[in-house]
Design a protein around this ligand. Structure first.
Ligand code: HH2
Length: 271
């Protein structure tokens, strides 16, 4: 596993995201925000038009497109070097997003909601992220249970990667994500971070999304999501050390600094 890392900056074009809902609902504001995140060092910008926070209600595809397409089109002009990712589980949204310039699909249902996304990704020859989630956002935090959370998540990701490959997606186009906070208790999240090397052992680049999440509030006592930046940076550095290579974050600049230090001090090939 190489030392390389990539930061994915979050651009939530939603009224109700857990940490920044409503801030970037206006397309112009979202485009400015995304361009700034790219300038701060996010090689990937992840544009989402539907919140998946615990308790969130689903949004229909037309509304999701109305939110994200102008932002993708704007960022294609304003941040031409950025990889534009569409954070969606819907085939029609993914298809429209690709036409608007997206070259990465981040699907929190790992191609279960709309399996046809697999063929879309395969034909376009682009990268995708397959994320683990137990249940669905509306109810996923109601008493989640696993036999062994790390074994269960690893087996799920392996099965979904197999599905994608069978649909024609090249293995090197697949990234996997244990889905921190998606149908997981505090202990489940901590076990996944402690044993992240077992997920990395699948051989696909591991994406990790800890940014500002509730489990960090539980550990630090910080109630306000925007106050969890230091906690998020710490968790990302530990995830890097355990094999994660793509970091989905709201706070790009401090994460980039921390990953530069982490990459420079990873044990292994001292001169
Ligand atoms: N987390 C969120 C959304 N999408 N995608 C991946 N691959 N991994 C994650 O951990 C992940 C994700 C939730 O964070 P956010 O987008 O900030 O909030 P909301 O879903 O409320 O918009």
């Amino acid at each position: 596993m190489g030392r390389g890392w990539t930061v994915m900056g979050v651009v939530n074009v939603t009224p109700d995201s857990f940490s920044d809902g409503g801030l970037w609902l206006d397309p112009g504001a979202a485009i400015d925000h995304g361009a700034q995140l790219h300038a701060d060092g996010a090689a990937i910008l992840d544009i989402g038009g539907e919140s998946t926070r615990p308790g969130a209600e689903p949004v229909d595809g037309a509304e999701e497109c109305r939110r994200v397409i102008p932002v993708l089109e704007g960022l294609r002009e304003r941040a031409p070097g950025a990889v534009l990712s569409i954070d969606t589980s819907k085939l029609d949204v993914a298809r429209a997003a690709l036409q608007a310039g997206a070259t990465y699909v981040n699907d929190v249902t790992a191609l279960r909601h709309d399996p046809g996304i697999a063929e879309l990704v395969a034909e376009a020859g682009i990268d995708c992220c397959l994320m683990h989630m137990q249940g669905e956002p509306r109810t996923m935090q109601d008493d989640p249970r696993y036999d062994d959370v790390v074994d269960d998540v690893r087996a799920f990701l392996e099965e979904r990667a197999g599905f994608a490959i069978a649909a024609g997606v090249a293995p090197e186009r697949i990234q996997v994500d244990p889905g921190i906070g998606f149908g997981k208790s505090l202990e489940h999240n901590l076990a996944l971070l402690r044993r992240l090397d077992e997920i990395a052992a699948l051989g696909f680049p591991v994406v990790i999304g800890v940014s500002r999440k509730r489990f960090l509030g539980a550990l630090t006592g910080r109630e306000v999501a925007a106050d969890r930046v230091a906690a998020s940076v710490a968790a990302n550095v530990l995830a890097y050390e355990r094999g994660a290579r793509v970091f989905r974050v709201h706070d790009v600049a401090p994460t980039v600094d921390a990953l530069k230090v982490a990459a420079g001090t990873l044990p292994g090939d001292d001169a």
